[in-house]
Design a protein around this ligand. Structure first.
Ligand SMILES: [Zn+2]
Length: 115
């Protein structure tokens, strides 16, 4: 049982208005705390998703930097040929990373608006 802040009479829990004087009682603090904890949890999920997107971008940077060097002897002097065999997949990873990261941040902004 909690007390009415205006008249001091005891009021049953989960009541929004005092039955004696009609004063608006305090909002249930526990449920607010629960909602905040839930929102924080969802926010963390959003950041985790954004982090995953950033991880994809890092992977793509690594893939892009992989070079294949070889010398072709089409006749003197030898020609050095540099190929980046994972360049296309790296670009796919960048796009995927950006999409995942934005999804995470969008999720976070939606949660912030809701709270
Ligand atoms: Zn009251």
């Amino acid at each position: 049982m909690s007390q009415c802040s205006r008249c001091g009479k005891e009021v049953p829990p989960e009541t929004n208005y005092c039955p004696s004087c009609g004063a608006k009682l305090k909002v249930n603090v526990d449920s607010i705390h629960e909602e905040i904890a839930e929102a924080r949890h969802e926010e963390l999920v959003g950041y985790a998703i954004a982090g995953l997107g950033i991880a994809f971008m890092i992977i793509s940077a690594v893939l892009m930097s992989i070079e294949e060097r070889r010398y072709e002897w089409t006749g003197p002097p030898p020609v050095e040929v540099v190929r980046r065999p994972f360049f296309e997949s790296a670009i796919a990873f960048v796009i995927l990373g950006v999409l995942i990261m934005s999804a995470g941040f969008i999720l976070d902004s939606i949660i912030i608006v809701n709270v």
